[in-house]
Design a protein around this ligand. Structure first.
Ligand code: BTN
Length: 258
């Protein structure tokens, strides 16, 4: 299988295709220590046996059914304190990729970077950055998208896949080509400094935006009712509750979904 890109400037032009690997993000990290890859190099795997998820969790994905990918971007023009914009660009790229399928439900970005359809997660993102001084250097953008998987471990909260949502099987090579294009389009927006509009677009697609919902405050260990108003320039979630508007970092808050 050759997963090189046909229709991008640099994303996926170099593709490393692996049958089975512990984690494509880990493989990318090792590649960075041994060489200077071309920006946009992708590592694609049929299967991971130690896939990594956010906040130390694991990512489970059935062999040969889904997208398991890490992309090496080199956003050296972005200050470390602006790294939210990379997260926004990648989330929007995946959002637009998912939007291309005939899915009869709304696609949303669950802050900070899960892709949801209705109340179900179909894609996850794990971005691991290296820094040079106050700027980003390399960024390993790990992406897992459930494409053709139909059954999931019971330990996962609300998983779904493109196949479950569309009733059809999808060709993974074609999916990858389309994904490379969507990711590059959004990544180029950070390169050209389209940050204000990028943030506005990201906010516009947020799961539960403007809806009064229940959230759990991890530090105070209590449930509240609040409304997402947006994210600030650092990517913190702005939530209105109990007559105030407060910014939250990751790990400080989570939605109570049921
Ligand atoms: C999450 O939602 O918890 C993030 C999941 C990220 C999974 C992808 S799969 C490809 C890449 N390699 C990994 O080990 N993790 C990411």
């Amino acid at each position: 299988m050759n997963n090189q890109s046909n229709n991008t400037l640099f994303t996926g032009k170099v593709a490393i295709q692996l049958r089975s690997v512990d984690s494509t993000n880990k493989y990318a990290q090792e590649l960075l220590t041994k060489s200077t890859p071309i920006e946009g190099t992708v590592i694609v795997a049929d299967e991971q046996y130690a896939g990594r998820g956010q906040v130390g969790s694991s990512w489970l994905s059935a062999a040969c059914q889904n997208i398991i990918l890490s992309v090496l971007f080199h956003p050296k023009f972005l200050l470390a304190k602006q790294q939210f914009y990379l997260n926004a660009a990648i989330s929007l790229g995946i959002y637009h990729f998912i939007q291309q399928f005939p899915i009869p439900k709304t696609v949303k970005i669950k802050w900070p970077n899960d892709i949801y359809v209705g109340n179900q997660k179909i894609a996850g993102i794990l971005i691991e950055n290296t820094l040079k001084g106050t700027y980003l250097d390399w960024s390993i953008v790990g992406i897992g998208i459930n494409v053709n998987q139909e059954t999931f471990s019971e330990t996962l909260q609300n998983p779904s896949s493109i196949k479950l949502l569309t009733g059809q099987e999808w060709n993974l090579d074609n999916c990858l080509q389309a994904l490379y294009t969507c990711l590059e389009q959004q990544y180029l927006r950070i390169k050209t400094g389209d940050l204000v509009q990028l943030r506005a677009d990201y906010i516009n697609k947020l799961f539960q935006l403007g809806e009064e919902k229940k959230y759990f405050l991890e530090q105070e260990k209590r449930a509240i009712t609040g409304t997402i108003e947006g994210v600030d320039a650092y990517g913190r979630l702005m939530l209105a509750y109990e007559n105030r508007l407060q910014a939250f970092d990751m790990k400080e808050i989570r939605p109570i979904l049921r």
